[in-house]
Design a protein around this ligand. Sequence first.
Ligand SMILES: [Zn+2]
Length: 254
Amino acid sequence: MHVVNTQWNRTLTFKKHFFDEAQERYYVFIDPLFNTYTRLADAQVVRPVLSLARANGIAADRVYVMDASRQTTRISANVSGFLNTMRITLNDNLLKRCSLPEIEHVMAHETGHCVLNHIYKFLLLYIIAAVIGFAVFRRASAGLLGRFGTHWGVTSVGDVAVLPLFVILFSIGSFLMTPFHNTASRVQEMEADIFALNAAREPDGAAEVDLKLSNYRKMEPGPFEEWIFFDHPSGATRIRAAMRWKAENLVTAK
Ligand SMILES: [Zn+2]
């Protein structure tokens, strides 16, 4: 695959979707420090990827590839940018390991996150959770200090010795919020999957990618396990969704 070296300005780039695959959040600000971004010139890949983007209102005119294989074998991609500086980046594992229908599905999934404004919805959710969280935090710390403060030798929340208590309360809070955070993420991931099935119309490509993701994600967890620990739908859930889409669209699907 022929790629052309290109320098790109990353300072104003705002990540559209950093709540997806955890590593993706580092793409725009951190990854460029360690990885090389090159412009993808393979028309067989570039043409359908840009066409998909344009069809869904993403103003991008080039596709970049990032040498993620230096650190990982994981396949991923992202659609990032701000206003009219949208950028599509595939990681090189995606190009090496996936067929065109699979690449199209992955790109459509990332486009879905962008078009459905997932990052803004997640930010709003975080702001609401933070306000509620701090209110609970304040009551809990005041209650505990009122009851055990003298015994602990901590006089008030202004005392620096209160920090360990804050760390414990914060850890408990984060732990209890895990299933809710994961569920919010999982719901968005399924929305992006459905968007991708409708946009790319490649249910078999979707299923193949889900199988490849099983390299590092358990395919078929129990429902309780999926609810608590999975920030993406399990492979089995995603493949069932793809096959359901295929069954319902069999006549018109490619
Ligand atoms: Zn996603």
